[in-house]
Ligand binder design. Structure first.
Ligand SMILES: Cc1ncc(COP(=O)(O)O)c(C=O)c1O
Length: 381
């Protein structure tokens, strides 16, 4: 069993997560886990560094073949090597997609609350964002059908996120088929951010929206990476899968000298992750699931004023603190009074300043400390 319990000191390592706040603040914000990368990845990086030339990189055929094999094995998805476009990140990927395929003034639908770089992306390209809210329900997060249909009818594209950040919702086959068929009837492009696709809990299986029909395959730009699952986001490597050759060509042309080639070590790490770190991933998912269950238990027992629908995937929990009416907002409240830094709800949409996003991708001891700091903060109310 892999050790995910050991707390590593990340101060002084150039970690964005551990540098934003003073040292007495516990960071539980950005989607970066406090776990070491799988030993197979570290070994592959060390091996590559035995060759001392580190010039510009290009994805080796082995990596393309590994991704083709992975998509077939994991999702029954038949893609070709040529369908894959390597990128230095998923965020550049969805921005390139919007730039390539839409014109200023066009609308794009997103489901709120939503990861901030997705919320901001349409504005970078003069596009109009149409927000369709996900709603809490007794059966989890659900779409408001009427509002979603209305927004999509105005839009040239859906900028989709599955598993969903920040709620941790994993869309079902039926939901995905429904969304894809609405996009077909509106002739809307689907840009699908599936960066969290390997982080499904409770034995759930990820379903790429592109696999729901031949039409969906033809209108979807899927964005994936090993970066979240294997905690190697600092290596800046991701990829798009685009089966429609016209869309792929336009997408690739939108690099425009701003989106460069990929980090040579990131390519090696991605290959090692997909080829050799499967057992590590299985252990990680078990650990994340037990952290999620522990968190949900603690919230129910110790924080009755906070609501949370158990995330079905990711290592992120979306906490609704509205009943507590925290001032000036939930994030600042916990930061000021508990010295624990969550992501602010307002980053995910204007209606959410009484929410925070908590990152439970950490050793249990850090999660316990974070909850202790939350309780300390609330004892001041
Ligand atoms: C949904 C989602 N998309 C994209 C990203 C960023 O991806 P990248 O670092 O590859 O640009 C994140 C990071 O948290 C994310 O959660």
């Amino acid at each position: 069993m892999t050790d995910f319990d050991t707390v590593l000191n990340r101060h002084g390592t150039g970690s964005s997560k551990w540098s934003r706040y003073p040292d007495n603040v516990l960071p539980m914000w950005v989607a970066d886990m406090d776990f070491p990368a799988a030993p197979e990845i570290i070994a592959a990086l060390n091996e590559r560094l035995q060759h001392p030339v580190l010039g510009y990189g290009i994805a080796r055929t082995e990596l393309r073949d590994q991704i083709v094999a992975d998509m077939a094995e994991k999702y029954g998805w038949a893609i070709t090597r040529e369908d894959i476009v390597f990128l230095p990140g998923v965020e550049p990927g969805f921005n390139m997609a919007l730039k390539a395929m839409l014109a200023p003034g066009d609308s794009v639908t997103v489901q709120t609350p939503m990861y901030r770089p997705i919320l901001n992306a349409p504005g970078h390209w003069g596009l109009v964002r149409q927000d369709a809210a996900l709603m809490p329900s007794s059966s989890g997060w659900v779409m408001d059908e009427a509002s979603f249909g209305e927004k999509l009818a105005l839009s040239k594209a859906l900028l989709f996120c599955n598993p969903h950040n920040p709620t941790g919702k994993v869309f079902t086959q039926a939901e995905l088929e429904h969304i894809a068929s609405l996009c077909q009837s509106r002739d809307a492009l689907i840009i699908s951010d599936e960066i969290h696709c390997d982080l499904l809990l409770d034995g759930r299986q990820h379903i790429p929206i592109a696999t729901t029909s031949a039409d969906a395959a033809d209108r979807t730009i899927t964005l994936m990476a090993a970066s979240k699952t294997y905690n190697i986001a600092g290596l800046k490597t991701a990829f798009a899968i685009i089966q429609n050759p016209d869309i792929r060509e336009r997408f690739a042309a939108s690099r425009l000298g701003m989106v460069d080639s990929v980090n040579i070590l990131g390519l090696e790490a991605t290959l090692a992750a997909f080829r050799s770190a499967g057992a590590w991933k299985t252990d990680l998912l078990a650990y994340l699931q037990s952290n999620r269950d522990f968190l949900m238990g603690e919230l129910a027992n110790r924080f009755p004023g906070i609501r949370c629908i158990a995330p079905e995937g990711t290592f992120l929990a979306w906490l609704d603190c509205s009943d507590l009416k925290l001032a000036p907002n939930a994030q600042s409240f916990f930061l000021d009074h508990g010295k624990v830094a969550f992501s602010a709800g307002s980053e995910f949409g204007t209606a959410y300043d009484q929410y925070v996003r908590l990152n439970f991708g950490c050793p249990r001891a850090i999660l316990e400390e974070g909850l202790h700091r939350m309780a300390t903060a609330l004892s001041h109310v």
